[in-house]
Design a protein around this ligand. Structure first.
Ligand SMILES: Nc1ncnc2c1ncn2[C@@H]1O[C@H](COP(=O)(O)OP(=O)(O)O)[C@@H](O)[C@H]1O
Ligand SMILES: [Mg+2]
Length: 306
């Protein structure tokens, strides 16, 4: 299944880590099986589909509640995410997009990060996910500075420790809901071991996410947006990664569904004691979280732009 440096074979297709989107499907670029959820989408778009690890587990008694009380004062000893002097600018751009002197998320802490469109939220998440590299500064995740890892090491770290929910979910359309949810366990031995029985855990997550069993073996391309979103959440939670990152995961949902999905994600993150960084421009969701942070308050360049 693993093909040397960071490549994987899956259902006869070859995947490799992609710079921005996590995983790139690089062989057999033909039209994926199954109907398309977006009929007008060009087949080439599928070459940039991202597969990100995801996860879950039973509620464990933790000290997370205590840590959350002092979340904003998290120190290196219990930090899940620790940024120092982080500086990133896009190629051919003079102005920095990210200029963060310091920012920390404690283990088990659930943080709501908000800011206007274009403020740099997705860029920051890309840096945390290791799909973009800063020009300066440190990104310490669970004590490891991922900026010092080689590409393959960063991809491995991401697969092992980070569950990522993308705004557009980025499911593989030709794979069933179950196979999509279990993908992180294909890429990461650690996630597979932590999941125990990946199939059983995926099914349990689907049940908790209220995804009807008759959908479990359907290709992702045949699922509604709301159903795809729940598959993406299960993929992020499977194998209990210590860090969960969600980039505007509720943007495609109506208000009541947004609320329900956010509460579910918070409960699941709490159940596995994962640090959750949830990004949205909708500040109404902030009340559900341990801490709410405006990107402009931590990112000097967003402050300058606004
Ligand atoms: N691939 C890219 N190349 C160059 N500039 C980019 C790229 N992606 C985003 N940007 C720029 O970075 C800034 C922040 O974008 P983004 O992180 O997507 O903001 P947000 O997620 O807060 O809406 C914007 O000015 C955007 O134009
Ligand atoms: Mg964005």
């Amino acid at each position: 299944m693993v093909q040397g440096t960071g490549r994987y074979r899956l259902r006869g297709r070859v995947l490799r880590p992609a710079r921005r989107a996590g995983w790139q499907y690089i062989a057999n670029r033909g039209r994926p099986a199954g109907r398309r959820s977006e009929p007008g989408r060009h087949p080439a778009a599928y070459s940039r589909l991202a597969i990100h690890p995801a996860n879950h587990a039973p509620r464990l008694p933790t000290s997370a509640d205590q840590r959350r009380v002092s979340g904003s004062m998290a120190n290196a000893a219990n930090a899940a995410i620790e940024l120092t002097h982080l500086h990133f600018h896009w190629p051919r751009q003079q102005q920095a997009c990210i200029d963060i002197p310091d920012f920390t998320v404690a283990a088990g802490e659930r943080v709501f990060l908000h800011g206007p469109s274009g403020a740099g939220k997705s860029t920051l998440l890309g840096l945390l996910g290791g799909v973009a590299t800063p020009q300066r500064g440190a990104i310490r995740l669970l004590g490891t500075d991922i900026t010092r890892l080689p590409d393959a090491g960063r991809n491995r770290f991401r697969a092992d420790h980070i569950g990522f929910i993308f705004q557009q979910f980025n499911l593989l359309p030709w794979l069933s809901a179950l196979d999509n949810a279990m993908l992180p366990c294909t890429f990461s031995v650690r996630r597979r071991q932590r999941a125990g029985d990946p199939g059983a855990q995926a099914r349990r997550l689907f049940a908790q996410l209220d995804l009807s069993p008759d959908l479990w073996n359907r290709p992702a391309s045949e699922l509604s947006v709301g159903q795809q979103q729940r598959v993406a959440a299960a993929r992020a939670l499977i194998g209990r990664p210590e860090i969960l990152i969600a980039d505007e995961p509720t943007s495609a949902l109506d208000a009541p569904r947004q609320q329900a999905f956010t509460e579910l994600l918070l409960a699941e993150a709490g159940a596995v004691d994962a640090a959750l960084l949830f990004v949205s421009h909708d500040e109404r969701l902030a009340t559900h979280f341990d801490r709410s942070v405006a990107l402009a308050d931590i990112n000097r360049s967003a402050r300058e732009r606004s």
